[in-house]
Design a protein around this ligand. Structure first.
Ligand code: SF4
Length: 396
């Protein structure tokens, strides 16, 4: 296992620049960093330094525990009214014959395929089209719930909700209440992209604004629901846009406490209108995970979504603030495989456990709300050779 050196070792290092030392001391004392300090980390902090701070926060919160779940995705359609320039997944309406548009029965057939299997969550998200409206989704959630009440329904983002509530001429409050009554249990974190309008207006194809995204999550939290939050990074945004994004998430979390997990999403450049942009390096991926972990002191979890960054970077990220690597997925999403991520994203529970163990962390199977389903830190784990190989890296 590659792991950053302990924070106290870093603080004893006389070569550490004073402005970075000040941030490290704050993190050591459990104090919140400012927006200016967040920007300083993005602009100046080396990877080893960030890893030490982020790993400290991660281990204070979770020790070696690393979470995953057994889930599958349903993507109702990949045809979309919107025209996000980073999107490799969607087909425009005039080319809808190239895409798919599932009916409720089609989606119930997918759910039925998992009858008798120990999956705990269905993750539903896709494109935006007029036939997928409030009555459609309420019926879908009701019927999934009636068929399999133990399956947690995590579905749709403010992108879809904003569109369908506007079309139905109902408020966000009324709409989210209807979804909850129909069986919605939590919301995934997608559609956040970058909140700053000067960037969002260029990449997000006319969908809901950053304020609207945040407002729908806020209402959902007020109804007692939990949700996740993402940031799409590595395209045309600058570091200060990332800090602004993190600050808005942290501020809403202070207000509601309803977010569970922060999930940075890397811009991938295959088959989209931004293909001319290079992808950022693995170093930048790890720096971004680490800064998210340091900045979002009020978020419990940071997740690396392995179908998007690949298994190796997901493993590395566990030393840079990440404590969750999503789920088995079972080859049921195309969103990132069409953009350059894993071509057939599926891992067995055994694969996930091995992947986590082989970098010296402790695999815990969870449900959507982080209830423990199986703790793999039993006696056999104490003898695990990979775990005993855990070592530290120099930090400066
Ligand atoms: S990112 Fe989502 S909203 Fe944007 S075009 Fe793709 S499917 Fe549509």
């Amino acid at each position: 296992m590659i792991s950053p050196a302990p924070l106290q070792t870093l603080l004893r290092d006389s070569r550490l620049a004073p402005h970075l030392r000040a941030v490290a001391q704050k993190v050591a004392q459990g104090e919140r960093i400012t927006e200016a300090e967040g920007l300083l980390l993005y602009e100046e902090a080396p990877l080893g330094f960030l890893g030490t701070l982020a790993n400290h926060v991660r281990e204070q919160k979770h020790g070696d525990n690393t979470y995953f779940n057994r889930n599958f995705h349903i993507e109702p359609t990949n045809v979309c009214l919107y025209t996000c320039t980073f999107c490799s997944y969607s087909r425009r309406i005039k080319k809808r014959e190239d895409g798919w548009e599932y009916t409720i029965e089609d989606m119930l057939d997918i759910v039925r395929k998992y009858d008798g299997q120990p999956v705990t969550e269905v993750h539903i998200v896709g494109g935006v089209l007029p036939q997928y409206d409030v009555p459609f989704y309420t019926e879908l959630f009701q019927r999934i719930h009636a068929h399999r009440p133990d399956l947690h329904i995590k579905a749709l983002t403010p992108v879809e909700y904003h569109y369908i509530f506007k079309k139905a001429k109902i408020s966000y409050e009324e709409g989210m209440r209807l979804m909850q009554e129909a069986g919605l249990q939590s919301m995934p974190g997608g559609g956040a992209e970058i909140f700053a309008p000067e960037i969002r207006d260029q990449i997000a194809g006319g969908k809901c604004s950053g304020e609207e995204w945040l407002r729908i999550h806020e209402i959902w939290h007020e109804l007692g629901g939990r949700s996740n939050a993402t940031m799409l990074y590595g395209h045309i945004e600058e570091y200060h846009h990332r800090v602004d994004h993190l600050e808005k998430l942290r501020a809403l979390q202070d207000k509601t406490g309803g977010f569970q997990t922060y999930i940075p999403l890397k811009f991938r450049n295959e088959n989209n209108e931004l293909s001319h942009l290079p992808e950022v390096s693995v170093i930048e991926d790890l720096r971004n995970y680490a800064i998210g972990r340091i900045y979002l002191d009020n978020f419990d979890h940071v997740k690396a979504y392995w179908p998007m960054i690949g298994r190796t970077t997901a493993q590395l990220s566990l030393a840079f603030g990440v404590n969750d690597i999503d789920g088995t997925i079972d080859d049921t999403t195309r969103i990132y495989s069409m953009a350059g991520g894993e071509k057939h994203p599926a891992m067995s529970t055994e694969d996930l456990v091995k992947m986590i163990r082989s970098v010296g962390r402790r695999p815990i199977e969870r449900d959507t709300l982080y209830g423990v389903i199986k703790d793999y830190t039993d006696a056999e784990f104490a003898d695990d050779k990979a775990y005993r190989g855990y070592t530290s890296l120099p930090v400066v």
